[in-house]
Design a protein around this ligand. Sequence first.
Ligand code: FE2
Length: 344
Amino acid sequence: MTLDLNLSGGEATRPYDPVVLGIESTAHTFGVGIATTSQVLACVDSTYQPKTGGIHPREAAEHHSRVAGRVLTEALERAGLGLKDVEAIAVALGPGMGPCLRVGATLARYLAVKYSKPLVPVNHAVAHVEIARFSTGFKDPLVIYIAGGNTIITTFVEGRYRIFGETLDIPLGNCLDSFAREVGLGFPGTPKVEELAQRGEKLLELPYVVKGQDLQFSGLLTKALRLVKEGERLEDVCYSLVETAYSMLVEVAERALSLTGKREVTLTGGVARSRILSEKLDKMAKLHSSVFKPVDPRYAGDNGAMIAYTGALAYSSGVTLSVEESRVKPLWRLDQVDVPWRSG
Ligand code: FE2
């Protein structure tokens, strides 16, 4: 097969550009992507929707096991490839929910052994960063990574993505989703909270908790829910919640931008589709003569393409792992991962 290489957003042209299959299963989404370091060839995802409450890890893992075969087959069909055409199998080994991670890791090990392919470990958070760089075309951005499971401000410094601010309790996406669920707006909650926030008129006082470069959202969630119970208009509470939470985040991001002197700012993760947060970050970036662009909405939430693409970058730099070493790592932090594809 001849690959039509699209070099608009990826790494520099390489004579050797391996095709890598990537598996995502860290939380609610099971996804398979196929990519090189310069092009996404396929991205097929299936997301578990809890009937009530938040994500139940065992139920999500059962969903992943059920859909894995179909998702894998569909991804290969969309790419027009067979497993023999794939050079390596990448898998998100963490961070995430143990039972969910084990479904992806088991499939990856099976494929690696059966088809004699190298296994490539991918950190899920690094993959959110890399797919944002790929889709925006940014070379060296400050990255705001906001999702149901993470709130991290990061950028590349001396071989790794270093953390310049994170949540000390619940992630921002989780705060908004939990609020939405408790007041009956359903899941995912962020778009619905933002929709109501546009009709808010009164800014209510909520806990604004920034500790140095770190953030806390649980007090904000508790107080917002209490205000709803006390009879405040839901639109006003949504407006106040969004304004307070996003302002906390932008304050920390602005300090990180000043400190690191980066000229590009991107937003990635499930909350990256937020128009309100994007507008705030765009204004902040302009004040510092920087450019803001969020990740392509297709790759904002968890997806297989980001694992395949990051796997291709890692594999091209010689990163592989034996099946025996391929344990899942539910608490694998972003700043524990060496990033040799940028170090050179
Ligand atoms: Fe994620």
